[in-house]
Ligand binder design. Sequence first.
Ligand code: FAD
Length: 407
Amino acid sequence: MGSYDVVVLGAGPSGSTCALLLARAGARVLLLERARLPRDKPCGGGVTLRASAWAPVDVTPVVERTVYGARFSLALGPHFDRWHPLPLTYMTQRSRLDAHLARAAAEAGAELHDGEQALSLETGDGAGATVRTSRGAYRAAVVMGADGANGLASRWLGARETYEEAVALEGNVTVPAAIMDEWRELVGLDLGGLAGGYGWVFPKGDHLNVGVGAWKYAAGTLRGKLEDLCRRYGLPAGGLWGLRGYHLPLRRPGSPLVRGPVLLVGDAAGLVDPLSGEGIHMAFYSARLAAEVVLAYLAGRSPDLRAYERAVARRIAPELELSRHLHEAFHFAPPPYVALLSRSEHFWRLFCHLIRGEVGYQGLVQMLGPLRPLVRFFGLVARRRREVRVASALGRRPAASPIAERL
Ligand SMILES: Cc1cc2nc3c(=O)[nH]c(=O)nc-3n(C[C@H](O)[C@H](O)[C@H](O)COP(=O)(O)OP(=O)(O)OC[C@H]3O[C@@H](n4cnc5c(N)ncnc54)[C@H](O)[C@@H]3O)c2cc1C
């Protein structure tokens, strides 16, 4: 049986970042990926500037477009364009980004086994864990669960069932050069027309990626909404190719992150940003926090991996909690926010600062001064209203627990 300091499950952005940082620091790392690389993954492939800042290597070799502006519409109504002098988001394709990151991890010294699926995780016989795969078994002091929204690790920790779930459906359209040119440095964002989500048009090197996201209960509406989005922007809905949907896991406070020698990062930890639907940002960032903690543990400077829980509680959870409140507040009544984006230069600049990572949600809310507590209050009220409305539409009773306890 092979033996390693760390076995990383999954070579997405979080897994390859963990593997690269740990291998670079001298740990013996096995990076297991069930698919053969390069592999694609349902994703818009938008890497915001704030996300790219945490990437373990330069991502520009796989960037196909750099975005400086956004074309906004409200529920497929009239649109307006907004521009920023500095880059906002890099556009890539996940097949390229993930292969680039996995290659960098292997070059840093991680042993990469693609086409090998982890089938089970066992702990109990002494320190460490055993991972059984489609090809063999490996022993490791630490296992990093970076295997995504539906992976083995989050189910093993009992985390998966604690997450709330959104879903997203994306596809591609090939369009004439004149249309490609129009979208060269621009994303389309249709806000307020989907339950808890939005529609997007993302430019790639030779095609456009289009997608829609929403709360899971609205999954059945997504195909029609995607076609409506295409028609609204003059894109050939009949020519959609590569259609794929997948989960967006949203952790709740208290969702488990560590059990014994196993910890969760990225989507496996439910770290998607509720407001933006972005997951790559926290995939990179949580991987960095986790790698630091694992290195301290392997060096004997830390008795266990619990420092990772504290790091997430301090540095990630407050951001995601505010994002959650803003998400609820936005979806309670989208038109005023879209009007602000259209009319207020200041509001648009704040949006850009957020996307570029120049300010976080906590910094944004600080700007409200004494009105800060209203964000949480309004987020909770909007959430309760939504829960009651959805439960009644589905013929169910709304959750009985007080909302304040549930956030
Ligand atoms: C339609 C859609 C669009 C999105 N668009 C964006 C976007 O534009 N920008 C953004 O920031 N986020 C976006 N997201 C979210 C983003 O895709 C995820 O948050 C991100 O991929 C999380 O990275 P990860 O490394 O944690 O997990 P993943 O990228 O899911 O990687 C997990 C890896 O683990 C592998 N794996 C799974 N099980 C096993 C196993 N048993 N053994 C071995 N390997 C295994 C998988 O094959 C996969 O390669 C989108 C999500 C969806 C669904």
